[in-house]
Design a protein around this ligand. Sequence first.
Ligand SMILES: [Zn+2]
Length: 399
Amino acid sequence: MPGKLKCGVPGALLASAWLAACVTAPANDFRYGEVLCESGGLAISADFPSGGQHGCTVGEDGAITLSVMAETSTSGPINPSPWYAFAVDAARSGPASVTLDYKDYEHRYSPWLRDGDGTWSKLDGAATQVSEDEHRAVISFDAARGTTVVAGHPLLTVQAALSSMRALAVEHGFDEAVYGRSMEGRELSAFTKGASNAGTVIIALTRQHPPEVTGAKGYQAFVEHLLETAPAGFWGDHLLITVPVANPDGVEHGHWRLNMGGVDLNRDWYTQAQPEIAALTAYLEREAGGRRVLAFLDFHSTWRTLIYSPPFENASPDAALLPFLQGTLDDPSCTQPEWIFGHNETSGTSKSWALATLGAPGITVEFGDDEAEANIACTAEQIAESLIEFALTDASAAD
Ligand SMILES: [Zn+2]
């Protein structure tokens, strides 16, 4: 496992001194390493997997301000997904308050707290005071003695995401394949289920964009439900290929959007200039090319739950899945995704590539940033059930 570069930015240090002060620490879940600043018995750090990129200053009154910094982008302003995740080590129990400074960006993600037992809870809305221009947010909470993690979503680290898939592997005979390496050398893992000579392929992936945890939760619920619900015999005809962390470096480093090359991977599917996408497209073409790809689902998060789909009339041998899916996602107890149609052949997104290269009806499934986990599972499980129903109906029609 590669080391993790994380830099504190003590306010008084010049940039060159700051760069020299960067340290490489071994990757390890929840390692509260380098202290960024201390005040009033509280020590702030972000030196753990998926920790945010923060500088920290203490005002004359002892108030703690954390800057929320984006990774370097090669293509101008970065998508406004200002991820934050930091640890507060409290020498005493009592009230704690931290100001997040987004500079030109605006507060987006509602804070979650992880207590010393590892339990995450969403902070009451009234505990976050957002400035009128939304460039700053003050988060106030009761700190227990010990460590509290504050983050824009409950952390889903690379390791945790892979562990979930490996647990399913034990239960359901899910095979792990390493299809390449990220820019920093992390393994790129896929998990597959089904006969290697199956005529039909289903593809699901997530986490091109690091902070999109609700999308990753939807992916997990979809995959788990598919494995648990598909009838005996299904896997003789169908091969499931899933990718739980398409951008592991970005997730590891608490990026807002990009990989270590400063590129939005969901714009790189045609150019394939980034190692993560070059490896993934080659792998998918090798595994799925020449077979019928029944569905290609890329799970993300945005402001609300929706599905980006190519127009139904778009040429695809399997476009019939899409209206079927839209018609069957009708459980009133689930959040009903809004459908947004479009197909931009030059956008470089996964779904455009899937349609152009694999002839697959590719869709992007977006879960709302604040969608509750039960709602996410409800929608994701419906998608899995609809897909199974379509696959079985379709197979019997073809007989
Ligand atoms: Zn996304």
